[in-house]
Design a protein around this ligand. Sequence first.
Ligand SMILES: [Zn+2]
Ligand SMILES: [Zn+2]
Length: 334
Amino acid sequence: MEDVPEPSPGPGEVLVQVGAASICHSDIRVYRGQKHARPGVIPGHEIAGTVAALGPEVTDLRAGDRVVVYPIIACARCFFCRSGQRHRCPERRTLGYDEHGGLAEYLLAPASLVSLGHLLPVPVDLSLQRACLTEPLACVLNSLEACGMAVGRSLAIIGAGPMGLYHLLLARSMGAGPIIVSEPDEGRAEVARSLGATAAIAPREHDLPAAVLEHTDGLGADAAVVTAGLPEVLAQSLACVRRQGVVNLFAGFPPGTSVPFDPNLVHYGELRLTGTQNAAPEQYRRVLQVLPHLPRVDAVTTHRFPLAEAAEAYAVRLRNEGLKSTVVVMEEAP
Ligand SMILES: [Zn+2]
Ligand SMILES: [Zn+2]
């Protein structure tokens, strides 16, 4: 924890008083040196807050507006930006990695972010503590859309950490099912069952592909999502899906990972192996519409800390205690 000068907004900038910022597994990967961030940058990219002050030339926001941050600065001109996929912009800079993020009392939203419309309005019936989950849920929506999830589509989820559980909750809210979760930790498997998994099984003691076949009339799942970046789960997830099914690599893998797999499975089975990382602004907007109606996402946030104890919020994640940690910077009036 460090004191820094309170920022004041210049032209085009917006000062956001942070309400809540949640800790992502990728923040822990940065802490461990497995993922790059600019030295000295304030971390935190899952951010919800209230507009505290506006710099000159900002006309579309007002002090007091509750906002979620789309934490990406993009060029707005490249192929990806023009097709709405700003998270794939080659010039992308991300708050919490390249620019200061939200684990602070105030976030000075850069003009380059504000002008792109990346401060998104929070619906009145959504608390900032839940709104800060927009970023992880939008990543999950991007993943589920890559998987073609819809009413009655079956899904295998590898891993019941926070991201696996968010896949479960959002897929259920989209009408998907059956949903089979693979999770070695019995406590987490139990949480998955309580949040609507058709089955949650320990992959080391049980045959996961066999369990998926059992719950899908011998067909295999329409899709499988890998939320744990372990090399050994790729072959397992390919074995979980039906012909023409989708396997989405949602988790990051350690740098330099290489995994042997049978290309004929993909060729003769017409499987699709895809990846997703982050999400488009339009997906954040849609998540903000559904979040007020997903009260059970709050159950995944097992730890809440005031800003003064942000270091402890990291420590519980490093010890892998519970599921999601949120730093509540400013309590909202009920
Ligand atoms: Zn995140
Ligand atoms: Zn771009």
